[in-house]
Design a protein around this ligand. Structure first.
Ligand code: M6R
Length: 626
């Protein structure tokens, strides 16, 4: 989704803005722009396509002019405050004109926006009736004109008036040529972070854009306004009253958000899984009692016996996080014998779900900012449910609105395709399910200890799977052009199949689907032919025979077959064309391992097909609009 940056300080703003936008590229975009306020007044430059188009345009506009100390000409795009934007088109095609910043009729007010103004049509009509003509097809342009309509010398007051008219979601950065000392920032249901520096302050959609300047940040809450000057940041609530906000310190450093020698963020993040899994698991395990048996310690997040008394567990999420929810559903049934549902948040929010205050609702989101997921959270809350958030982003909206928060300590995930966030989400749901099972008396202390011991093996086992990456790469080089790829599995393997198919389709653009293996005969097998690759995830021991039959069935229709199974299992050696092996772990924990070869396979196919795995077409990292 769109990315916002803003800078006010003593440095030249243009390079700061361009650098900040680069850090937000991962969010997905199709055009970019900046507005800088300096000696030349308010200057705007926008370009469709990659950020380098904008950089070239800015540099062409400034070439020939005398360069200032910072390498930018004195007159053009030279100024110490400005705002920038990467746009992911929603209203109007990607084009220079539709890119942000958008300005008002006078060209003195510039606005960048992430989100959707739902009533923009009405406002546009209203403004048109007052003589305003529009240049773009965007919903955002109405904001600039509306602020101008209310402007009579005080930009903050004008923004406050304009906000009263806006419906929908927005994070906004606003500057005004008549006020060279302030940037106004606002948020409602779209992320925005304020970076507090020394003699300089910044805004950004996400922390990586700030890290070169500061690690001290304020997280804006919905409907709050920040007014940034060079030396201060003032905050206001929606009633216009001054409020105080707490400064948070971001622990991860800039290097954590860099590629660190890997060709792509995605490959780096796949390889970071052993560490991410360790970091997510270790702080939650303690050893108690005379026998020093392992227990799950979730007291840090406030999870006590009252949570385990729930009548039902509802797990809501989107995309990859929904696949983690599927695993969670199976895990809760398996360990805690508690009715559980995995819900797609975008469906759940529009149903009239039957819920009770005795439900616990687990909301999973890497970013903590996914619009549908947040809507599901709010609905569950309204219905009286108690909410546990599993998220990777400290201070995200999800983290702030949930009753309990369990962080996945995966570190920043930059690639659009989620990898380490997924496996760490699984680790979190397993821990909550195990603890619930223990508190409900379905697991005794020794069983719990045994399961935790297996979880403790997972990071090293993930390392072993990663060590086999060359075999996957070779396999990808033979199969990357298959036109259809199916992943099949049963139970926990079905959930892992869903995630594997999503990974492949989103970055390689191959048509891939996941099927519960037992469903093949009910339709999907009609698709199997010589152009099909079927990858069977086979780690549910009791169902090996069934899976073997499914493999033979698709093979008989000339599909190529590969299997992912345990390293000591030879059940499929004859039926499958290729077998990949993962270390032994209890059947219920295998998704954390079996998904890794599939992530690698998707990555290599993407590269072999000439795609950019970090920034797949049409996708955004954080889906902050519906
Ligand atoms: O930030 P979230 O976990 O809420 O994001 C949910 C989905 O948008 C996300 O998992 C998406 O499916 C990824 N592209 C998967 O790789």
């Amino acid at each position: 989704m769109c990315g916002i940056v803003g800078y006010i300080g003593v440095k030249e703003a243009t390079p700061v803005l361009l650098k900040g936008l680069k850090k937000l590229e991962y969010r997905g975009y199709d055009s970019a722009g900046i507005a800088v306020l300096g000696g030349g007044g308010l200057e705007v430059c926008k370009a469709k396509g990659a950020l380098k188009n904008l950089e070239e345009k800015v540099s062409a506009l400034t070439s020939g002019a005398p360069a200032s100390q910072a390498g930018f000409p004195e007159a053009q795009f030279s100024g110490t405050m400005g705002i920038g934007h990467t746009r992911w088109a929603t209203h109007g095609e990607p084009s220079d004109i539709n890119s942000h910043p958008h300005t008002d009729v006078s060209g003195k007010i510039a606005v960048v926006h992430n989100g959707i103004i739902e009533n923009h049509g009405k406002i546009k009509e209203w403004l048109s009736g007052r003589g305003v003509s529009f240049r773009s097809e965007t919903d955002t342009e109405v904001i600039a004109h509306l602020i101008n309509y209310y402007y009579s010398g005080d930009i903050l007051a004008a923004v406050q008036e304009a906000l009263k008219r806006l419906e929908g979601s927005y994070a906004l950065g606003i500057i005004c040529e008549n006020d060279r000392d302030h940037i106004i920032a606002v948020r409602k249901e779209s992320p925005l972070v304020i970076g507090r520096g020394r003699g300089e302050n910044l805004i950004a959609s996400d922390v990586p854009a700030l890290l070169a300047y500061t690690r001290d940040v304020y997280y804006l809450d919905d409907r709050e306004i920040a007014v940034l000057s060079r030396d201060d940041v003032a905050f206001y609530n929606e009633d216009g009253e001054r409020i105080r906000k707490t400064l948070s310190h971001v622990d991860w450093d800039a290097a954590a958000a860099e590629k660190g020698g890997y060709e792509h963020f995605m490959l780096k993040e796949i390889n970071e899984q052993p560490k991410a899994l360790t970091d997510t698991l270790r702080p939650r395990i303690i050893r108690d009692g005379q026998l020093s048996l392992r227990s799950v310690n979730l007291t840090e997040i406030g999870f006590d016996a009252s949570w385990a008394e729930a009548k039902r567990v509802v797990i809501c999420a989107c995309g990859t996080a929904w696949h983690a929810a599927m695993v969670g559903k199976y895990a809760f049934e398996h360990f805690a014998r508690i009715p559980s549902d995995a819900e797609i948040a975008s469906e759940y929010r529009y149903r009239n779900p039957i819920s009770s205050p005795r439900d616990i609702c687990i909301i999973i989101s890497q970013s903590g900012e996914t619009a549908d997921t947040l809507a599901a959270l709010r609905l569950a809350k309204k219905n009286g449910g108690r909410i546990i958030a599993i998220t990777n982003v400290v201070g995200s909206t999800l983290a702030r609105e949930a009753d309990l928060v369990m962080y996945t300590w995966a570190g920043p995930e930059i690639a659009v395709a989620s990898t380490k966030a997924f496996t760490t989400q699984l680790m979190c749901v397993y821990l909550i399910a195990l603890q619930t099972g223990f508190l409900r008396g379905h697991l005794d202390q020794e069983e719990l200890d045994r399961h935790i011991a297996a979880l403790e093996q997972i990071p090293a086992q993930a390392e072993t799977v990663l060590a086999g990456k060359e075999a996957i790469q070779r396999f990808a080089s033979l199969c990357f052009n298959k036109s259809k790829v199916f992943f099949i599995g049963r139970l926990f393997d079905y959930a892992a199949s869903l995630e594997s198919a999503l990974k492949l389709k989103e970055i390689s653009y191959t048509h891939s689907e996941a099927f519960a293996a037992g469903e093949l005969k009910h339709g999907p097998i009609a698709l199997a032919d010589e152009s099909t690759l079927v990858t069977a995830l086979c780690t549910q021991e009791a169902l090996f025979e069934k899976m073997d039959s499914n493999i033979k069935e698709v093979k008989a229709r000339k599909a190529s077959t590969s299997v992912i199974t345990y390293d000591d299992v030879h059940h499929f050696d004859r039926s499958a064309d290729t077998v990949f092996r993962i270390p032994r772990t209890p059947d219920c924990f295998t998704p954390m391992l079996s998904v890794i070869p599939c992530q690698l396979y998707a990555y290599y196919c993407s590269v072999l097909r000439g795609n950019d795995p970090d920034k797949p077409r049409n996708l955004a990292k954080s889906v902050t609009v519906e």
